[in-house]
Design a protein around this ligand. Sequence first.
Ligand code: 5RP
Length: 284
Amino acid sequence: MSMSTSQSALSIEEQAALVESSKKAAAFQAVEDYLQPTFRHVGIGSGSTVVYVVEAIAQLGTDITSKMTFYPTGEQSRQLILAAGLRLAYIQDLPSNASLDVAFDGADEVDEDLNLIKGGGACLTQEKIVATSAKTFVCVADFRKMSPRLGTNWKKGIPIEVLPMAADRVLGELKAMGSLDPRIRSGLPGKAGPIVTDNGMLIIDAPFAPLLLAKDTESGTKGGNGDDGMWTVDALAHRLISIVGVAEIGLFHGKNGLQVERGAQKPVAVYFGLEDGSVKLMKA
Ligand code: 5RP
């Protein structure tokens, strides 16, 4: 969903304020609904919407939050947790047989089956580790992220974290798969050369034609296996992660936490802050 006609009549500053207030509304509602006082381990994602998640959590007061530990997905969320006076730990400190009670994170685009594109902030690998470590993954976003099919609004491409030595070969494979002008993410204008992730890797942004859902292929009129350049989310995700040199991909797909006990990539709920100040909830 992009800016509506009435919103585009607003000044740039007014539009920015509207987006901020929609992020805040989504985050506060998600925390109210999904952060139970009995929880002990909470994942905190990356991006500008998650700032409000941490603000909402901090406002619950130390009687509740001092019993909880918070697990970041990168340096930004580590700083947010510390600045809010919350207890910090790292996901590698959580025993492998234990789970986070809940994880909150943003998204770059969300489709109607709650598949996500993530990685606009280059933290996608840590974000997927934290999300899949949680019993319940909850997504928070503003109205611009809502989309019928991934790749409709988010045109920059699917973020893919790759080993530097493999980057050119991965680019070649992506082009052969039908990606429209995949590129290594540049650090410009802030940094000369490419973005280097917290894991010492590069990010490739690979645009594809809007990704199909399984139901789009049921009619038998579209395959979704990449023939003719059309992919379903699941087929593309499986193909991308199998490319040698790819560490992780920014497609969050497959099962959600209601369907499997461990390892779900999809959120059970997405909170969208809308332009009119309300919050739209999409549940799995
Ligand atoms: C970072 C992410 C973010 O969650 C995504 O980019 C959304 O960010 P924002 O809340 O600033 O719109 O995936 O890698």
